[in-house]
Design a binder for this molecule. Structure first.
Ligand SMILES: C[S@@+](CC[C@H](N)C(=O)[O-])C[C@H]1O[C@@H](n2cnc3c(N)ncnc32)[C@H](O)[C@@H]1O
Length: 288
């Protein structure tokens, strides 16, 4: 019995062409259902679910192209749901550039190395050196935010670099750092009124050394402010709507936390803040 599977061929600009392959159901290496595949592991590998944003792929395509010109190559991305990297007709001209499931990265590399199929693959940073394979490890200390919003320090592994065993690439690091910063700048920051209590607000206080408590009678569980509804937004992780008394307590705690944070910065930077005396405060009162 045969079923359908797909892989992608891309060009240097990230344009995709989807190819159909037939796969035999009795091959134990094939996975029709990715969830079923993940369930084979004792611990579900969430990094296997991380999909790569286009800007990240562009950085990698440009990087590889600089070192190993891709112009006349067929760039293949075999790894996506229902894919089967062993069931693709790779040619001498193919280069696999993709983010594979990290849980089977060593097997994938071995498979390509044994068949002399060229590859440049994403891999986990911390365990980048854990397999003894004949490949080059590219370390860029790259914090990559994937489509599911998980930020994972990522390294790369490749057989495009002949005798080089490890490349620590500061330029590549910078490219990813710039991308992270650009994406951060574009992210809106949400600010909530004093009458909304979120876990982040409580956390901010305790991190700055300020205790805070609310009585049950002063809070009502709340998921979404009316002003958020038309934007399809909600309180992240939910929160509470607060009585006037609780809102005032929250405002006071936030102000104390901000003052503590400022005092810490002043101490660090050796800033001396001159205080008004009682006499000076009286003068101020008498003015205007
Ligand atoms: C980390 S995700 C990355 C997806 C995509 N390559 C990307 O960069 O956005 C890994 C993907 O590999 C797929 N996968 C799992 N086992 C596979 C296999 N044997 N052959 C091909 N793809 C597989 C999963 O379904 C998953 O979509």
């Amino acid at each position: 019995m045969e079923s359908k599977s797909y892989y992608k061929i891309i060009d240097l600009f990230g344009n995709e062409d989807i190819k159909l392959i037939e796969k035999k159901a009795n091959n134990p290496n094939l996975f029709n259902n990715y969830d079923a595949f993940l369930d084979k592991f004792d611990v579900k590998k969430t990094t296997d679910d991380c999909y790569t944003p286009k800007e990240v792929m562009d950085i990698i395509l440009n990087y590889v192209n600089d070192k190993y010109p891709l112009e006349k190559k067929q760039i293949i991305r075999p790894f996506f749901p229902g894919g089967d990297y062993k069931n693709i007709d790779y040619t001498y001209n193919s280069v696999v550039i993709d983010n594979p499931p990290f849980s089977i990265i060593t097997n994938i590399c071995k498979y390509y190395i044994e068949r002399n199929i060229k590859f440049f693959l994403f891999c986990p940073h911390l365990t980048a050196f854990s397999s003894n394979i004949d490949a080059t490890h590219i370390i860029a200390s790259a914090d990559i935010t994937y489509e599911n919003n998980a930020t994972i320090k990522t390294a790369f592994v490749s057989n495009l670099f002949n005798n080089i065993k490890i490349i620590g690439d500061a330029n590549l690091h910078l490219k990813f750092k710039e991308l992270q910063q650009k994406n951060k700048v574009n992210l809106p920051k949400y600010e909530y009124p004093e009458h909304i209590v979120t876990v982040s607000k409580v956390a901010y206080c305790v991190e700055k050394g300020i205790n805070i408590e609310f009585d049950k009678k002063d809070l009502k569980h709340y998921r979404c402010m009316d002003s958020q509804k038309k934007h399809g937004k909600a309180l992240f992780g939910s929160g509470f709507i607060a009585s006037n008394k609780a809102a005032a307590a929250q405002a006071a705690a936030q102000a104390a936390a901000q003052a503590a944070a400022q005092a810490a910065v002043n101490k660090r930077d050796n800033v001396i803040v001159w205080q008004l005396s009682q006499k000076e405060k009286e003068i101020i009162k008498s003015l205007g």
